[in-house]
Design a protein around this ligand. Structure first.
Ligand SMILES: [Cu+2]
Length: 315
């Protein structure tokens, strides 16, 4: 599997589209500008498409490489959108990636409320799904897709759901969490600018779970969102069901690369007992590795991906 596929969330950016970042606030009404959005401009100029040294994280832009995410008015209880292509018309042909032609991920700006759903495509190019926005707040919606004939792409848009919002503090970093009666343990720590191995281990009632079920073509599906700007990283397991070496648990290993130091929220979707469960973790990239995190290559020389000048003085 090509690296670019495995790290599908790392949209290979074009410097020319950075300016579009500043347009996001205008596209969506009533959404205050979030300071962290400026982070995109701090990322060093990316290579041409296909470059590997510098990557713009996915999901920061509402429009990229000629494709734009456009919300469509929908009845209450439904979320609808289109992808406009380089010719301005709705895209109707998509490649299947990880079992689906469209992955829609939503989270609030405070990283709460994560949902990962799969809309249905109408012939006119409109994607519709029962709304995954579960309550009031400032949400970010990510469309993760591959247009036929194009490269994988993740576009993001802000969505406001009116109502009283109680902002949730980001949970403290932890290496273990529970969800639906499962205990999930994380080993490994992301290191900015290089690929790190993250292993999630699932148990229930103190026993390792060794019969995880394939979900979206894998034994686990991991999304990472960066605190502050919700840069989107979609990482996939190191191995797929049926490849002769990947076991159905208890451990699922991912290869992930985060673009900068900072706090990230990890969301692991896994299927067991016919149901999908989501385990969440806060991790801090760039912190000292934990004892369980192997760092075979020793201290990393600083890579090109984290040379960005932090901010640019709007305070
Ligand atoms: Cu999906």
């Amino acid at each position: 599997m090509r690296t670019v596929t495995r790290l599908a969330g790392f949209a290979v950016g074009l410097a020319a589209v950075f300016g579009a970042t500043y347009g996001v606030g205008r596209v969506v009404d009533r959404t205050p500008v979030v300071e962290g959005r400026h982070d995109a401009a701090a990322i060093p100029a990316a290579d041409e498409r296909g470059g590997t040294a510098d990557r713009l994280p996915g999901g920061l832009l509402v429009s990229e490489r000629g494709y734009s995410l456009e919300r469509v008015d929908a009845p209450a209880g439904e979320f609808a959108f289109r992808i406009a292509g380089p010719d301005g018309r709705p895209v109707t042909r998509y490649e299947v990636a990880h079992d689906k032609r469209m992955h829609l991920i939503v989270a609030r700006r405070d990283l709460s409320g994560f949902r990962h759903v799969h809309p249905e495509l109408a012939p006119d190019g409109t994607w519709r799904v029962d709304t995954p926005l579960t309550g009031p707040g400032q949400w970010r919606a990510f469309a993760d897709f591959t247009p036929t004939g194009g490269e994988p792409l993740t576009l993001g848009v802000d969505v406001t759901v009116p109502g009283e919002l109680t902002e949730q503090p980001l949970p403290a970093p932890a290496t273990s969490t529970t969800v639906d009666g499962y205990t999930v343990t994380l080993t490994g720590a992301p290191q900015p600018g290089r690929t790190s191995s993250l292993t999630l281990t699932v148990s229930r009632n103190g026993r390792p779970v060794t019969d995880l079920e394939p979900y979206l073509g894998a034994y686990g599906h991991l999304v990472a969102l960066r605190r502050g700007d919700l840069a989107y990283l979609h990482v996939h397991p190191d191995g797929t069901p049926g490849d002769g070496r990947t076991r159905p648990g208890p451990a699922v290993t991912f290869l992930a690369e985060v673009p900068s130091a900072g706090s990230y929220r990890l969301y692991l979707d896994f299927q067991h007992g016919g149901r999908v469960h989501t385990a969440e973790f806060t991790v801090v990239a760039g912190a000292a590795p934990t004892a369980t995190a192997p760092t075979p290559s020793g201290p990393a020389p600083t890579g090109g991906a984290d040379h960005g000048t932090p901010g640019h003085g709007h305070n």
